[in-house]
Design a protein around this ligand. Structure first.
Ligand SMILES: *Cc1c(COP(=O)(O)O)cnc(C)c1O
Length: 505
């Protein structure tokens, strides 16, 4: 299997090269050149497999330049009992006859990013070996909360890598901040940036694009790389859990072999739902992929009209991991739907850069509409959805999953489609406990309490234990206290690289 750029001017190259580079040098994203196809029998055979075996099965054909043993070791190390607190890794919970929830948050940081970021470092280190890379890799991350912590946990103490995470000083929750500033590991750096997430993100992007910075890092033995969902090595592990959920439905006889199901996906950067699209292309019986958005509903509008328009106000919501106006991974979908027409993709992305909007042709729009359906929930609807889900099913969800469940009910009402449906649950309710506790316990009980008190209150109310990654968090020693201005970020990177060089020598 080889990979090529969506912009058509780089590749083809094997998986190891694509994973090491992260983003294609022509500005595009790496995509597989061939399709991987699974038969109904192949999928049925997965019913008796562990999550780890299912993962090795799906990853194998995409990582054709890795040996079966390398893949097995990566999978076993990533999804082990020390990191995931559930034996199924991604357990499927049935709420009623036609509705199940796929819990993707049993990893160390309590959000679905762990599903990919626990394995990406293993794949990256192998990729460095395979491409005879001499330099160390410095992972640079700008985060609004979830990605930063998941990347830190994935890369901590991984040989020949170092990781620096920048987060907006006032833009993350109390829990998210404590998760990051207490991070352990000898190769990690965590920095608060004075400003908002856009300042933080543009600071990191500027460093990636700065030839002098690349040169200065290279002199100290480091190359930059990315751990966000533009890296194919982050996308491919996400395909696994769509198959895994379906295999569980088959094993429980909730579907017949070949019977189509829907998946509802709380969406921001379009990485998670894109993995569902690849699963469908591979032969998984999927009827619709339902894209659940919050008030930053740029994707809902795109799916309805064929016009992607980011010219709108950015809204802060209670589902902050979906507060995104540029969904990078949509570029991969457009490349696939146009039959790998890089020229058309280049034009749309140029329009997005220049005008902040583009409109796809009618044929592409119709394809999008036959695959996807979308609706959005505002914060009021999200809060009601948390309450309603608890009342109907006795099940506690976080704010992002609540968006998914709201949109699921809207989908059923609007279309009358009663096929079995899986809603992807992207975070533990304890991770966004302030909103969840307010929805379930009421304003009066919760006002004036900090997030750590609320963790315990939510645990008492729900009878669920506080997950290991969050319990005792408020008592862990703070290890990272540096605050920088956006202009000081490059200097912080150079200092960090120099420190790591010394440590390596
Ligand atoms: C990242 C994230 C999302 C959005 O996923 P995308 O792949 O960016 O679409 C949704 N929910 C949570 C909790 C997340 O951390």
């Amino acid at each position: 299997m080889l990979y090529t750029s969506t912009r058509g001017n780089y590749g083809p190259l094997p998986a190891a090269g694509a994973i090491k580079l992260g983003i294609a040098p022509d500005g595009g994203l790496f995509v597989p050149t061939d399709r991987v196809m699974l038969s109904v029998e192949d999928i049925q055979a997965m019913t008796h497999m562990s999550y780890q075996q299912r993962a090795a099965n799906i990853l194998g054909p995409y990582l054709a330049d890795f040996t079966p043993n390398e893949i097995k070791r990566s999978v076993d190390n990533a999804y082990d009992a020390g990191s995931f607190d559930h034996p199924d890794v991604a357990p499927l919970v049935d709420l009623d006859a036609g509705l199940s929830v796929l819990e993707l948050w049993h990893g160390p940081t309590c959000a679905f990013k762990d599903m990919a970021l626990q394995i990406l470092p293993h794949l990256l280190v192998k990729s460095m070996e395979k491409t005879d890379e001499d330099a160390g890799i410095l992972i640079l991350v700008a985060t609004s909360g979830d990605t930063g912590k998941a990347a830190l946990e994935g890369f901590k103490d991984v040989p020949r890598t170092a990781i620096m995470v920048f987060y907006p000083e006032k833009g993350v929750s109390q829990v998210q901040k404590m998760q990051m500033v207490t991070q352990e590991g000898g190769n990690v750096g965590v920095y608060a940036v004075r400003g908002n997430f856009d300042d933080t993100q543009s600071g990191v992007k500027a460093i990636f694009g700065d030839a002098d910075m690349q040169h200065a890092a290279a002199e100290r033995g480091y190359k930059f790389s990315s751990a966000n969902s533009i890296n194919w090595g982050r996308l491919v592990p996400q395909i696994v859990y769509y198959f895994s959920a379906y295999a569980d439905l088959l094993a429980r006889k909730r579907v017949q072999p070949g019977e189509a199901v829907n998946f509802v996906v709380p969406t921001g950067n379009f990485g998670n739902i894109l993995a569902g699209f690849y699963a469908k292309q591979m032969g998984l019986p999927v009827h619709r992929l339902v894209c659940a958005a919050n008030e930053n509903n740029v994707l809902t509008d795109f799916i309805a009209t064929g016009t992607y328009d980011r010219n709108r106000d950015f809204k802060r919501t209670i589902s902050p991991s979906m507060d995104i106006l540029i969904s990078s991974n949509l570029e991969r979908l457009l490349y696939e739907l146009t039959g790998h027409d890089a020229a058309r993709v280049r034009q749309w992305m140029a329009d997005l850069m220049a005008k902040g909007r583009y409109t796809v042709d009618d044929e592409t729009r119709e394809q999008v509409q036959s695959l996807f359906w979308s609706e959005y929930a505002d914060d009021t609807a999200t809060m009601s959805s948390i309450k309603d889900t608890h009342r109907r099913y006795g099940y506690v969800v976080d704010t992002h999953t609540a968006v998914g469940l709201y949109v699921y009910h809207r989908y059923r009402q609007s279309t009358g489609d009663e096929r079995p449906t899986v809603v992807l649950s992207t975070a533990s309710p304890f991770k966004f406990n302030a909103s969840v506790a307010r929805a379930l316990l009421g304003e009066e009980q919760t006002s004036g309490r900090d997030e750590f008190e609320l963790l315990q209150m939510l645990s008492d109310f729900s009878g669920l234990p506080v997950p290991p990654g969050l319990s005792g968090l408020s008592r862990r020693p703070v290890r990272h206290t540096t605050v920088v201005d956006r202009e000081q970020m490059p200097q912080a990177v150079l200092n960090f690289v120099a420190q790591n060089q010394q440590r390596r020598n």
